[in-house]
Design a binder for this molecule. Structure first.
Ligand code: CTP
Ligand code: MG
Length: 226
């Protein structure tokens, strides 16, 4: 069973307010993207990696992969105007015989092999897709124009992360529709796909602001193994 990773790294990182795209913002003295690439390269579950680069940064991505010795990186393609568009472009580079497509955000540098293993295990159990999720510790309310409309039952809620893994054929169909969504699972759900939630990881934090970057950097510098 071959597993292809598509790394969505094409965003501009506007909220980070860095001089270069977020994938090339510095984390521990190297580009943010380096962390995900190295971790996916080291994962025994992953066979090949496609990087969706910020437009114009395709070549620097290849150079970075070479520098890191990431031989699983087989393609670097320029992304689109939205995350969904970027993922759609990345999927076109995945080999026909891929069994599983795992989509990951470069913005979440601390991807762990344990999470990848849980996702693959869920697909082996017969799910169409699997996503890592965390139960929120806050109560979540639906709000319109500052007025609370509804208090959601907290035990039914999960905040979901990436990587997200899908049966390749099902995922190809789901992205082909050209729909917009904030995560890949939503595209599969919209097609009637059965997606399960596995235990996520608080360290899979998405880097959005400079504060997030500093927090992840502090975790990297810590003495505890990640
Ligand atoms: N992404 C992408 N293509 C886009 C937009 C986003 O590949 N056109 C990727 C980002 O590179 C990131 C992930 O999707 O890894 C999640 O997006 P987000 O955290 O919003 O990153 P940016 O869009 O880069 O940040 P911002 O919204 O602050 O500009
Ligand atoms: Mg964005």
């Amino acid at each position: 069973m071959s597993v292809w990773a598509v790394v969505a790294a094409a965003g501009r990182g506007e909220r980070l307010e860095a001089d270069q795209p977020k994938a090339f913002a510095q984390l521990g003295g190297r580009p943010l993207l380096a962390e995900s690439l190295e971790r996916l390269e080291a994962s025994a579950w992953i066979d090949s990696i496609v990087v969706v680069a910020p437009p114009g940064w395709e070549e620097p991505v290849i150079l970075l992969a070479e520098e890191l010795g990431c031989g699983k990186v087989v393609a670097s393609v320029g992304g689109g105007g939205s995350r969904a568009a970027s993922v759609r472009i990345g999927v076109t580079e995945v080999a026909e015989d891929a069994a599983v497509i795992l989509v990951h955000d470069a913005a979440r540098p601390l991807v762990s092999d344990l999470v990848v293993e849980r996702l693959i295990a869920a697909l082996n159990e017969g799910w169409d897709g699997a996503v890592p999720g965390l139960a929120p510790s806050d109560t979540v309310k639906r709000v319109r124009a500052d007025a609370v409309v509804e208090t959601l039952p907290r035990d039914e809620l999960r905040a979901v992360q990436t990587p997200q893994a899908f049966v390749a054929a099902i995922f190809r169909d789901a992205v082909a529709g050209g729909r917009e969504a904030t995560d890949c699972s939503a595209l599969v759900e919209a097609q009637g796909g059965r997606v399960t939630v596995v235990e996520g990881d608080p360290r899979l934090l998405k880097v959005t602001t400079a504060d997030d970057l500093a927090l992840v950097e502090s975790w990297l510098g810590g003495s505890e193994p990640l």
